[in-house]
Design a protein around this ligand. Structure first.
Ligand code: F6R
Length: 611
């Protein structure tokens, strides 16, 4: 969480930093600040969004060729002007921004308290900054050395950017556990939590690794490890265009991203799936095929929506590949003492590739000799880089905080994986394999068909927008979609929603059912159809309002449900990629009707780089 931006070069720094912050607001948006270095440091910061800061500093002296900026997702200290970054050191000479958590900040603060330091914020960042300054003064060393010494004492995660008024064109940066990209221009450098702030200036970037420190000047980029040894920067070429991170005529990124799915799913399948030839080309799987074929089990770790993709993958891989799959919340997996043996396969699923819990979970598993397979969207992200093999979802930048196109991309990759392993292992018949390849190939077109009836789901959503609670029920392959539907609705509309296996509902949640409770059934035509029809009857018998997502041609459920939404017919393994689309649209339209900022709902951040 938190977005960081930096610039040093011949251009004016402020416009680059402020535009970069707007692009990084998905990472946190409760306060904003910039520090500009010209003749001395100028710091402007404020509780609220980037646009609010921008308005309040019109007419101020913003001239500088070096600057840093921060958009915050609060961890230590409530969102407020005083807790906003950048922080200034006690001497007034250093300014610092930080993404992450300094876990031992209380201990460092105590040491500084004993030396008479006082603090003007509640943040761990200000503690680290003064700790660095204290080392600089006591050791009579330069800032770079002070940062190195300080970071050896720090536990936690960080990306920090520092300005020193004695070194007007230099930014010192360091990373552990949070992302940092440096853009290399002609006589200028850009820094960012991701590459979006620098897209229109350069395509050449360096992904900084953990425990690396960068000294960044207009015409110089020096990378070192914490042992002060130089590292040759590895320059990568970005495969991303500015248009991909703009709204392109849509009111919100979320809507744009929902509507992009026919093409993002197509991009994910392209070059991999050849239904006519009967082949799936996935080098990440092929390179590890013997491991997958002989795996005694696969462990999947993920969080949130990505965890829902993992759950669906469990059902599909067990069905098609006959390999036991365990699905773990990364945050639980990392802290318990899981049994992970050499050669175990861990599949880490993450849109951002930066989720701290997932990242640490796989680091631990890797230490135990597990093989890490990453299913990641953001190219070059930390999880992608630590993985032994993997497959990108190729959904393009996802900016709306709620995951939509990344989720269907994850499902596409995971289904292809399952099919490829099943084929190699001989656990799937040729007929079923061929049929599923064609079914998968047809998904983009079917998603397109669903999107054409978005207005129908909007009408349904508006009828229920004032509900205070909602239940989402599904069975089998549609159970993870029920969980995902409930998560989308609560994060985007603030309506309390629960997802359950439809049959489990009678073991407790049915007590909630009355004439006011909307119950969304994901009830497409599959092997559970008759059973879910009975569950719908159970809700109707208690006067609940039933909204059902059903398959075209279903003649049973429309007679029972209050509202239905049709999706095209599909094999039951493929249908969840379709039934999730109305769930996304439902939460979007309800959220809009309730006046929620759907791209940046309260308390959330797109990239959760703290535990
Ligand atoms: C929900 C959502 C989150 C993420 C979760 C994991 O819409 O976006 O639940 O799925 O924070 O993030 P990644 O996939 O980046 O690891």
């Amino acid at each position: 969480m938190c977005g960081i931006v930096g610039y040093t070069g011949p251009k004016e720094a402020y416009p680059i930093v402020i535009t970069g912050l707007k692009r990084l607001e998905y990472r946190g948006y409760d306060s904003t600040g910039v520090a500009l270095l010209n003749s001395g440091l100028k710091v402007y910061k404020k509780k609220g969004r980037v646009s609010e800061l921008e308005e309040t500093i019109v007419g101020k002296d913003l001239h500088a060729h070096t600057g840093i900026g921060h958009t915050r997702w609060a961890t230590h200290g409530e969102p407020s002007d005083r807790n906003a970054h950048p922080h200034i050191s006690v001497s007034g000479k250093l300014a610092m921004i930080h993404n992450g958590i300094i876990e031992n900040y209380a201990q460092l603060k105590k040491e500084l308290d004993n030396k008479g330091y006082t603090f003007s914020s509640d943040t761990d960042t200000e503690v680290l900054l003064n700790f660095i300054e204290d080392i600089k003064e006591n050791n009579q060393c330069d800032l770079e050395e002070a940062v190195r010494v300080a970071l050896k004492r720090v536990t936690g995660a960080y990306v920090i950017l520092l300005l020193d008024s004695d070194n007007p064109d230099t930014i010192i940066a360091a990373r552990k556990g949070s992302p940092l990209v440096i853009g290399v221009g002609k006589g200028e450098h850009f820094l960012g939590s991701d590459a979006s702030p620098m897209l229109e200036y350069t395509k050449e970037v360096v992904y900084v690794n953990d425990y690396e420190l960068a000294i960044v000047r207009p015409d110089e980029l020096i990378l070192k490890n914490l042992g002060n040894e130089k590292i040759t920067p590895f320059v990568t070429r970005l495969d991303m265009e500015l248009a991909e991170i703009e709204k392109g005529g849509y009111d919100h990124f979320m809507l744009k991203e929902i509507f992009e799915q026919p093409s993002t799913i197509h991009d994910c399948l392209r070059g991999r799936l050849d239904a006519n030839a009967g082949t799936i080309t996935m080098s990440g799987i092929q390179n590890n095929i013997e491991h997958f074929k002989n795996a005694r089990r696969i462990i999947m770790v993920a969080c949130g929506t990505s965890w829902h993709a993992a759950l669906l993958a469990e059902y599909i891989i067990e069905e098609l590949c006959r390999i036991p799959v365990e699905v773990e919340y990364a945050s639980e997996f990392r802290y318990r003492n899981p049994i992970v043996n050499k050669g175990d396969i861990i599949v880490a699923i993450s849109q951002s590739g930066e989720t701290a819990d997932t990242l640490v979970a796989i680091e631990r598993a890797k230490e135990n000799g597990a093989i890490i397979f990453g299913v990641v969207n953001v190219v070059g992200s930390s999880i992608a880089r630590i993985s032994d093999g993997g497959a990108y979802t190729h959904a393009g930048p996802e900016i709306g905080v709620a995951s939509t196109k990344a989720f269907t991309g994850q499902l596409a990759v995971l289904i292809m994986m399952a099919l490829k392993i099943a084929k190699e292992k001989g656990t799937i018949s040729d007929e079923r394999y061929t049929n599923l390849l064609h079914e998968l190939d047809a998904v983009p077109e079917k998603v397109n068909t669903i999107l054409k009836s978005a207005e129908d789901i909007k009408k349904i959503g508006l009828k229920y927008k004032d509900a205070s609670d909602a239940l989402f029920l599904g069975r089998g392959y549609n159970f993870p979609i029920a969980l995902e539907g409930a998560l989308k609705l609560k994060e985007i509309s603030y309506i309390h929603a629960e997802g359950y296996p439809a049959a489990e509902m009678k073991h407790g949640p049915i007590a909630l059912v009355d004439e006011k409770l909307p119950v969304v059934f994901i009830a497409t035509k599959d092997s559970y159809h008759e059973k879910i029809v009975s569950n719908i009857q159970e809700i109707k018998a208690r006067k609940g309002k039933v909204i059902a997502v059903i398959t075209e041609g279903d003649e049973v459920i429309p007679g029972m449900a209050d509202d239905v939404f049709y999706i095209p017919g599909a094999d039951e393994i493929i249908a969840p990629m379709l039934s999730t689309i109305p769930m996304q649209l439902l939460s979007y339209y309800v959220g809009i009707a309730k006046g929620v900022d759907v791209d940046k709902p309260r308390n959330l951040a797109k990239s959760v780089t703290v535990e």
